[in-house]
Design a protein around this ligand. Structure first.
Ligand SMILES: *Cc1c(COP(=O)(O)O)cnc(C)c1O
Length: 346
């Protein structure tokens, strides 16, 4: 029995299902570093097709997808534009500057979404002493924005801006399929005009490990060089790639269930005293709980919740994040809401 049967800390906290484990156990394998693992090759081809890209590469994590993209696209002294609350700004060890030598300019936006006009206003004029505005990074869905979805129109306008200003457009698509499932927009349409896109397998798709980065053939060939350099090349990776293929077959459409549960949790808590829920109607699977009005802090509340087997992600002294995923049931969401309400008024 896990210590936190109702673990809302992240959609990474899922365990591989019996069906997924079976697919992994029967995977055909070879040497991935030599391009000889058939299951990994199949996963990459399938993901490239789904995203409308020429090619793809299997990597251990989403963070490595972002960092390899910056290493390929950017040169030292370049500037990357991203939302100031983006994962690449807050949670990747300043990798863009530490590895690629590129600095990130954060665009202020609580939702994590900005328009092409916002981006244009943050581009540098060409001057010898100005950083070279090189790349715009979009996080679909926006994690800090409570799983907010970038509208297709906004993405298309960014593609236009990219062409006008000779920029590179990158999508951190950790939760891209949450966005496509919730909006009904095809992944190929959402990624149209982007130079690089990746999807995390270890979030809502329920795999134990892995992410797939896609782009042009030339981009992927250059990404392979960095994959070797950074130690990301693998051997019989078909064992984990098989989980990815299984997830593409079984775990995309069901993301709507996660969204339903996030809705339900928000609805059960929105009227509760001592907590402010946002977004009040989550677009996908992430919501935030601000407990300032309860007079408690997240450490106190985490202790009370632990006695009910419930865990939330403490984002600060008075802010929790809750993320729904495939290892939760409706009854557990009800239980979680009850436990949270009880803990708010000890
Ligand atoms: C989780 C996440 C990442 C990093 O992915 P890992 O697979 O954990 O390295 C990057 N961007 C966003 C938006 C994420 O949610």
């Amino acid at each position: 029995m896990p210590r936190f049967p109702i673990d809302l800390i992240s959609d990474t906290s899922t365990r591989p299902s019996a069906g997924m484990l079976q697919a992994m156990a029967s995977a055909e394998t070879g040497d991935e570093q030599r391009g000889e693992d058939p299951t990994t090759l199949a996963l990459c081809e399938r993901m490239a097709d789904m995203l409308g890209m020429e090619a793809a590469i299997f990597l251990p994590s989403g963070t490595m997808c972002n960092q390899i993209s910056f290493l390929v696209h950017c040169r030292p002294g370049d500037e990357i534009l991203a939302a100031e609350n983006a994962h690449i700004v807050r949670s990747e060890g300043a990798g863009a500057s530490a590895l690629a030598g590129a600095q990130i300019r954060g665009i202020p936006t609580p939702s994590g979404i900005f328009t092409a006009d916002d981006a244009a206003a943050h581009l540098n004029r060409k001057r010898d002493r100005a950083p070279v505005s090189r790349l715009i990074s979009v996080e679909q869905t926006s994690n800090s924005g409570g799983g907010a979805i970038w509208p297709l129109k906004t993405l298309q306008k960014l593609v236009t801006l990219k062409k006008e200003r000779d920029l590179i457009l990158h999508m951190d698509g950790a939760r891209l399929f949450n966005a496509t499932t919730a909006s009904g927009i095809a992944p190929t349409d959402m990624c149209q005009g982007f130079d690089s896109v990746w999807v995390d397998l270890s979030k809502g798709l329920g795999c134990p490990v892995g992410a797939v980065l896609a782009g042009s053939k030339d981009f992927i060939a250059r990404a392979w060089v960095w994959k070797h350099r950074l130690g990301g090349a693998m051997r019989q990776s078909g064992v984990i790639a098989a989980a990815g293929l299984y997830a593409l077959d079984h775990n995309i459409d069901r993301l709507s269930q996660d969204h339903k549960y996030a809705h339900l949790l928000a609805r059960l808590l929105v009227e509760a005293p001592g907590v402010r829920v946002y977004p009040e109607v989550p677009e996908t699977n992430i919501l935030f709980l601000d407990i300032t009005d309860s007079g408690q802090d997240t450490a106190q509340m985490a202790e009370a919740l632990a006695t009910h087997g419930v865990r939330l992600n403490a984002e600060g002294k008075t802010l929790f994040r809750a993320v729904t995923h495939l290892d939760l049931s409706e009854a557990q969401i009800q239980q979680a809401a009850k436990a949270i309400i009880a803990a708010l008024t000890p």
